[in-house]
Write a protein that binds this ligand. Structure first.
Ligand code: SF4
Length: 65
């Protein structure tokens, strides 16, 4: 994992199509600033993706490769 702000979402390096940062129109910029760089654990997309990843690998943390 790259050295980064500990408050930044671990999925920023590989955002999914539904991520706020994948389509930065005006409504998503505010959400991206709030969730992706400070409150990712509150992001429903993050929670769903983490749940899927845990199901695939048994991984249970916020660190990715
Ligand atoms: S915080 Fe949510 S929207 Fe932002 S990169 Fe992470 S999973 Fe995607």
């Amino acid at each position: 994992m790259k050295n980064r702000d500990k408050h930044a979402c671990p999925y920023l390096d590989a955002p999914s199509a539904e991520c706020h940062i994948a389509d930065l129109h005006s409504q998503n910029i505010e959400k991206a600033m709030y969730y992706c760089w400070g409150n990712y654990e509150r992001c429903e997309i993050y929670r769903q993706r983490l749940h899927r990843d845990e199901g695939k690998t048994g991984f249970r943390g916020t660190e990715l490769i």
